[in-house]
Structure formats: C-alpha cells, structure tokens
Design a protein around this ligand. Structure first.
Ligand code: AMP
Length: 139
C-alpha cells in the first residue's frame, strides 16, 4: 500500500508543491500550525528516519536548509522549528519519513512545545553514552 505521501509525490493526490528533485519532494501541510508550514519528504518510502538509505538522507540534509530559507523568505518568518516524528508514540500519523518546517510568528502561531526536562544522572549518562557509541561503531 503506498503511503499518502507517495500518492502525493506521484501526482495522484493534489498538493501545494514547493520543491521537487531526484530524491526529495516538499509541499505545504494541509493542516498548518502556522503560515508556511511545509513538509519535506524523501521519495524513498520508509516509515522512520533511521531506515533511510545514506543517499536519501544526504539529499534530505541538503534540501532542508534550502526549503527552510525559501519558507522564511516567502513568509517573513524569522524563527522556525523543524519537527520530525518517528512512531505512533512520537505523534507520527503518516508512516512515511517527513520533516515539518514550522514558522513561528509573534502572534504565537507555530509549534507548541512541552519540554519536560529531567536531570541526567552522571553514571547512567556514562553507561548510556558508552552503549550508544558502541552501537555507532558497529555502523
Ligand atoms: P505527523 O504527525 O508528523 O505524521 O504529521 C503528518 C502531517 O501530514 C500532518 O501535519 C498532516 O496535516 C499532514 N498531511 C496529511 N495529509 C496531507 C495531505 N494530503 N497534504 C498535505 N499534508 C498532509
């Protein structure tokens, strides 16, 4: 089953397109949190960021700042959030990797953030960092 974003990329479902290249497609979110809220999507159809090929990930990394610059210039926004949800627990509704570019305006429109920060325990932090860096070394 193609995702709704694959169907948008193929032209089967209409969108307000703002960018397309070999690996990446971008369009306006249909239910924006603020004016200019855009989605940047790899053509490659994977649900989560860590599943992407290096080629697709690199193309996204190249396109994101360019689309962000264009959104800022077109809307006059001077602040914005990049949001990228992975998994239902993380608020992902569409199982096709996508980055939200969400301009933030003085009227308060944009991404609302709840940031329940806790203190990092020093010994747990050391153990976790060691485990994660070992995983990194495995590739
Ligand atoms: P997420 O919760 O990160 O999966 O966000 C999915 C986003 O896709 C939401 O902000 C939706 O408004 C947006 N969306 C869903 N369907 C469409 C569509 N047909 N065109 C544009 N944006 C869409």
């Amino acid at each position: 089953m193609p995702t709704i974003f694959t169907r948008i990329i193929s032209g089967e479902i209409p969108c307000h397109r703002i960018h397309a290249d070999e690996h990446v497609f971008a369009f306006l979110d249909i239910a924006p949190l603020s004016r200019g809220h855009a989605l940047v999507v790899p053509r490659e159809e994977w649900a989560m960021l860590h599943e992407l090929s290096d080629e697709s990930a690199a193309a996204l990394g190249r396109a994101l700042p360019r689309v962000a610059r264009a959104v800022m210039a077109a809307t006059g926004a001077t602040s914005y959030n990049i949001l990228q949800n992975n998994g239902a627990l993380a608020h992902q509704a569409v199982p096709h990797v996508h980055f939200h570019i969400i301009p933030r305006f003085p009227d308060g429109s944009g991404l609302g953030i709840r940031w329940d920060a806790r203190a990092l325990d020093a010994s747990e932090g050391a153990a976790l960092a060691a485990r994660i860096s070992a995983e990194m070394a495995r590739g």
